[in-house]
Design a protein around this ligand. Structure first.
Ligand SMILES: *[C@@H]1O[C@H](CO)[C@@H](O)[C@H](O)[C@H]1NC(C)=O
Length: 265
C-alpha cells in the first residue's frame, strides 16, 4: 500500500517536471527595439497577429516606442491563440521575416503593422472555405506585394521546420511566463493591466515614475568637476573621486592614505 502511494507520488512529480520544462530558446525570445535589453524600463508585448485587441493597441505601442526612443526597451513576442485559426501561420510569418531579413527590426515591426492593418483578410470567417496552403499563399502574396519579403522566400520559410520550431518555442515560452491572452504587457517582467484602452498618457503615467526613480544613477554619469576624477566602478554606477582617492572596482572612490586628520593624499 505504502509502496503504491510512493509510486503515485513519484509519478505525479515526474509528470509535473516534464510538463514544467519548456525548451530553452537559442537566444532571448522576441524582437526588441529602443534601448538596450537591460534598460531601466523593459516593456514586453505578447501579441497574436490576428487578435483585434492587439491591432487596437498597436498604434499606441508605436507611439510609446517613438516617445521614449532609447530610454526604454520594447520587445514583442508572438503568442498565437488557438481560436484564431490562422494565427500560428501569421506568427510563423513574423519569424520568417526575421529569418529572411537577418532579424531586421524595421522589417519585423513593419510585418506586424501591415498584418494588423489587414487582419480581416485572415480572420476565421474570411478563410473558412480556404485550405491551409491557400491561407499561407494569401499571406505570402500580400507580404510580397508590400515589398517586405519575396513570395518564394516567404513560402520557403513557412515550410521550414526550424522556423516552425522557433514559433512553437516562442509560444511555449509565453506559456511559461503565465501569458493566457493577448495583448499581454509586462513592464520589467511584471504583468500589467495595460490594454488597447491605454493612451500614450496612460503609458507615461507608469513609465515616467520608473525612469525618474533611476535619475540619480543617470545623473552620476555627468562629467565630474575639473579637480575630480570620474570612477565608473560598476555598470551604470559612477562616482567622482576627490584628489588622492582611488577608484576601486565594485566599490567606488576610496582613500588609502589619510594625512593631517582626514585629508587624503
Ligand atoms: C534562418 O533559418 C535557417 C534555416 O533554419 C537557419 O539556418 C538560419 O540560421 C536562420 N537565420 C536567422 C538569422 O535566424
Amino acid at each position: 500500500m505504502q509502496l503504491t502511494i510512493i509510486s503515485v507520488i513519484l509519478a505525479v512529480v515526474y509528470v509535473g517536471f516534464i510538463s514544467a520544462q519548456v525548451p530553452i530558446p537559442s537566444r532571448p525570445d522576441g524582437y526588441g527595439v529602443g534601448g538596450p535589453a537591460d534598460a531601466h524600463v523593459v516593456v514586453e508585448m505578447f501579441l497574436d497577429p490576428l487578435c483585434p485587441g492587439c491591432k487596437a493597441s498597436w498604434p499606441t505601442v508605436l507611439q510609446v516606442i517613438q516617445a521614449y526612443g532609447t530610454r526604454i526597451h520594447l520587445r514583442i513576442h508572438t503568442f498565437p491563440l488557438p481560436y484564431h485559426t490562422n494565427s500560428f501561420v501569421a506568427s510563423q510569418g513574423l519569424h520568417v521575416v526575421a529569418n529572411v531579413t537577418n532579424r531586421n527590426l524595421d522589417a519585423i515591426f513593419q510585418y506586424t503593422t501591415k498584418v494588423f492593418e489587414n487582419q480581416q483578410m485572415w480572420y476565421n470567417d474570411a478563410t473558412k472555405t480556404m485550405t491551409m496552403p491557400q491561407v499561407i499563399d494569401s499571406l505570402a502574396t500580400f507580404i510580397d506585394s508590400i515589398g517586405l519579403v519575396t513570395k518564394d522566400k516567404f513560402l520557403a520559410g513557412m515550410a521550414n521546420d526550424d522556423i516552425n520550431g522557433e514559433t512553437r518555442i516562442s509560444w511555449k515560452y509565453a506559456c511559461s511566463r503565465g501569458v493566457a491572452g493577448t495583448p499581454t504587457f509586462l513592464i520589467n517582467g511584471v504583468t500589467t493591466s495595460a490594454n488597447s484602452a491605454w493612451s500614450l498618457d496612460d503609458w507615461k503615467s507608469v513609465i515616467d515614475p520608473i525612469l525618474a526613480s533611476n535619475k540619480k544613477v543617470s545623473s552620476q554619469i555627468k562629467d565630474c568637476p575639473p579637480d575630480q576624477k570620474q570612477c565608473a566602478y560598476a555598470p551604470h554606477k559612477t562616482q567622482c573621486c576627490l584628489a588622492g582617492e582611488r577608484c576601486i572596482p565594485n566599490v567606488g572612490c576610496r582613500c588609502f592614505n589619510f594625512k593631517n586628520g582626514n585629508k587624503c593624499v
